[in-house]
Design a protein around this ligand. Structure first.
Ligand SMILES: Nc1ncnc2c1ncn2[C@@H]1O[C@H](COP(=O)(O)OP(=O)(O)OP(=O)(O)O)[C@@H](O)[C@H]1O
Ligand SMILES: [Mg+2]
Length: 454
């Protein structure tokens, strides 16, 4: 039977298939990646994006981004108070019937969901109303998962009934939230309607993939550093014959999304009112407004009339009307996602170049902010430190000395950032660093392990 593995990532997903009965190819097991997304640059990698239009079919991947951008960027957000009908509330045993209202964006042609996996540990996100239909987070994750399974079935030409799905070692640093997130992921996959779904830690899968690709010397002790969009995941393992023996795993809720937020906060937010003062009192823009600049999803929340009123008032009265006008455009014209894509592009460029620019020109936004690699590294000092702690913890848990690790396999997009690679070299001084297929090693390893080690 074919073994199929899916790396359901915070930013990107991929699916691989392994036929345990097929002969080895050049001494290696026959693992193939499926073409999941016809619209993507690399068709084997699908962005973990879901777009639910007001009218029409739900789409995933690159098409989701294209449709959102086409239909939403630059349009005017128009919030209106809509009646939800009568609701009954109980206050100290007294029943009160009240008319309930919600603020609704009446112009919204469709809703985009990104980084859904990261929300699994957030107990505050339970459900959301999408054009009159309530979706729980589990339903949204299941809907995206189903789109991926369908795309994989189309590429494979047959139905998929069982799957090995990747999971981070830790969704959250808090134990209870971590357990809750896994339960929600399991529940979401349970809704996809497959006969059997099993889960495996993502960096363990990547370790299997690497061991099958390279002949590791017996007893080589190695560490997998899988650093993605949402989490950093570690495995410490030992090569044993054709397979591996896992000594320890570890992880922390730290990923590329957070690094983008750090760039926003330290370099870009001042172009949108951070540091501005109101006249005549000299008060700053309220912190609850500035805190919502952290992600594009929370920028959307600034469209609530009471918050918009604060922004417009600040624009009239502050010493930085240009910045506040840019903030108003960012919020009311829906440029948040575009801004974060520009930030991400600059971050990615900084993995190769010494400097980059965050560039966005639209409505009242006139942004061309240079950022050097040094400035980026200064902005993420705490995150680098945390990655170092996570690596050394896992090594300690494995019961080995840092000097005994002779090989580090890096995978995941954020593992390409030089400052994290340098931190690895410092923490594990005898290890050689090797980059494994950055966006596909986990899926390949899941398919392989699902077909051999279960
Ligand atoms: N060259 C690069 N330099 C720095 N960051 C990069 C680079 N390429 C991609 N990234 C970042 O890597 C992240 C995506 O990596 P990846 O696809 O491995 O994550 P994921 O598997 O979806 O997430 P996770 O495993 O955490 O659930 C994004 O935050 C992206 O901005
Ligand atoms: Mg990943």
């Amino acid at each position: 039977m074919l073994s199929i593995g899916i790396d359901f990532g915070t930013s990107n997903s991929s699916v691989a298939v392994f036929d345990p009965a097929a002969p080895l190819t050049a001494g290696r097991p026959n693992v193939k990646l499926l073409e999941l997304d016809a619209h993507a640059n690399d068709k084997r990698v699908m962005r973990s994006l879901l777009y639910i239009p007001r009218d029409g079919e739900i789409v995933a991947g690159q098409r989701a981004l294209d449709m959102y951008t086409e239909q939403n960027t630059g349009r005017e957000v128009k919030m209106e108070r809509h009646s939800l009908g009568e609701v009954t509330m109980t206050f100290s045993e007294m029943e009160v019937v009240k008319e309930a209202y919600a603020m609704v964006d009446v112009n919204e042609p469709g809703r985009l969901f990104q980084s859904l996996k990261r929300f699994l540990s957030m107990t505050s996100f339970t459900k959301t109303d999408v054009f009159g239909t309530e979706y729980s987070l589990e339903e949204l994750v299941a809907t995206l998962a189903q789109q991926m399974v369908r795309a994989a079935e189309a590429a494979l030409g047959s139905r998929i009934s069982s799957l090995t799905v990747g999971r981070p070692v830790r969704f959250d640093d808090d134990d209870e939230k971590d357990r809750g997130a896994l339960a929600r992921l399991e529940e979401a996959w349970g809704r996809v309607g497959l006969d059997q779904v099993s889960f495996m830690e993502e960096p363990v899968a990547a370790a299997h993939h690497h061991a099958s690709e390279t002949r590791l010397a017996e007893s080589t002790r190695f560490l997998v550093f899988d650093f993605g969009g949402g989490t950093l995941d570690i495995t410490v393992a030992e090569a044993q014959g054709d397979s591996i023996h896992v000594l320890a795993t570890g992880g922390v809720a730290l990923g590329g999304d957070l690094l983008d937020s750090r760039i926003m906060k330290t370099r870009i937010a001042r172009q949108f009112g951070r540091g501005a003062r109101y006249e005549p009192e000299g008060l700053p823009v309220p912190s609850h407004i500035l805190a919502r600049l952290r992600t594009w999803q929370s920028i959307v929340e600034l469209n609530r009339p009471d918050r918009l009123e604060i922004i417009r008032d600040a624009r009239r009265r502050s010493d930085s009307p240009r910045e506040l006008a840019a903030l108003e455009s960012l919020v009311t014209r829906n440029h948040g996602l575009e801004l974060f894509r520009a930030i991400e592009r600059a971050k990615i460029a900084l993995s190769e170049e010494e400097q980059a620019e965050v560039w966005l020109q639209a409505d009242n936004i006139d942004l061309a902010e240079g950022i050097t690699r040094d400035e980026f590294e200064a902005a993420i000092g705490a995150q680098v430190k945390s990655s170092r702690g996570c690596v050394l913890d896992a090594v300690r848990q494995a019961g080995v000395e840092p000097e005994e690790i002779t090989l580090v396999i890096t995978t995941g997009g954020s593992s390409l950032i030089p400052v994290f690679r340098n931190a690895l070299r410092e923490s594990l001084p005898r290890a050689e660093l090797t980059a494994a297929s950055t966006f596909t090693s986990v899926a390949s390893g899941l398919a392989l392990a699902g077909g051999t080690v279960k």
